[in-house]
Write a protein that binds this ligand. Structure first.
Ligand code: HPA
Length: 277
């Protein structure tokens, strides 16, 4: 099943005919919102609000593991996440979409793996993920291609067709937050190759991947990153831009739900082959 994770400014999906709302408890704690199961464009899907429906979870305290596990519990095997980002690359302007293809991790205190060897949380189930956790295995997943290429390609097609400004690739730097960055930090991130900066893309991407899910991220440039343009940065600015883009984002998500083929052409689900020690 397809799952959407909504970021800042995206707390529900209009047009989604809601079938059920599930309050799921996971071995990794409670997710930040109930999982809404519904139908969009004839396709059954799941929606979760990353920051909670009332935006009460700051980026560094989002229960990323519980969120991904809750989606797994309802049968999600592909995740499309929407995130607001700051633009570092001078070609990436507010309002642009970015189909990121890699990340840099600068987070500091987040649980970024399910696989903790002998310290792993024990879970129910009998698939490979459950077996690896329950047998206390150490697992190293490959992230040469962290974002699902099939999903990325479809996003590009849709954005192209709709005539929306987008960048087909980009490096996402994830900072710990919740504060914005200093101009010096943005300069450093730029030198390291980052195009955009956000606070929530990591560890979400790797946790999804560890569960063999396809994952991709639709980033929306909400503001020039600190020091790129003059003046101070505010949450108001980010939320205002996301509100302006809301209709477009929802159009893209709708089309995505309609067009994503059931058949996978990517290798995301084989990520655990040969990954255990
Ligand atoms: N920095 C970090 N996260 C963000 C930004 C930013 O400038 N804009 C939106 N999310």
């Amino acid at each position: 099943m397809l799952g959407f994770i909504g970021g800042s400014g995206l707390y529900e999906i209009e047009g989604l005919s809601v079938l059920e709302e599930k309050f799921i408890k996971t071995p990794f704690g409670d997710p930040s919102s109930p999982v809404v199961l519904g139908e969009l464009e004839g396709r059954k899907l799941a929606f979760l609000a990353r920051h909670g429906r009332d935006h009460s979870y700051p980026p560094h305290l989002v229960p990323y593991r519980a969120n991904l596990w809750a989606l797994r519990e309802v049968g999600v095997d592909r995740v499309l996440a929407v995130s607001a980002v700051g633009g570092i690359n001078k070609l990436f302007n507010p309002g642009d979409f970015v189909i990121i293809d890699s990340f840099l991790d600068f987070t500091k205190r987040r649980k970024s793996t399910f696989y903790e060897g002998k310290f792993s949380v024990k879970v129910e189930g009998s698939d490979k993920v459950a077996r690896l956790l329950n047998s206390g295995k150490v697992v190293h997943i490959d992230v040469s291609e962290p974002y699902c290429p099939q999903m990325r390609m479809l996003l590009m097609e849709i954005l192209q067709e709709k005539g929306l400004r987008y960048h087909p690739a980009g490096v996402y730097a994830c900072t710990e937050g919740p504060r914005f960055e200093t101009p010096a930090e943005i300069k450093a991130l730029s030198a390291l190759g980052a195009d955009v900066v956000g606070m929530t893309g990591y560890p979400e991407v790797v946790l999804a991947r560890e569960l063999t899910m396809c994952y991709t991220s639709l980033c929306v440039v909400a503001n020039p990153a600190a020091g790129i343009s003059s003046g101070r940065l505010t949450s108001d600015e980010v939320l205002e831009l996301m509100a302006e883009k809301e209709a477009q984002i929802k159009e893209v998500l709708k089309e995505f739900a309609r067009r994503l083929p059931e058949e996978k052409t990517c290798g995301c689900s084989e990520v655990l082959e040969g990954a255990e020690v």
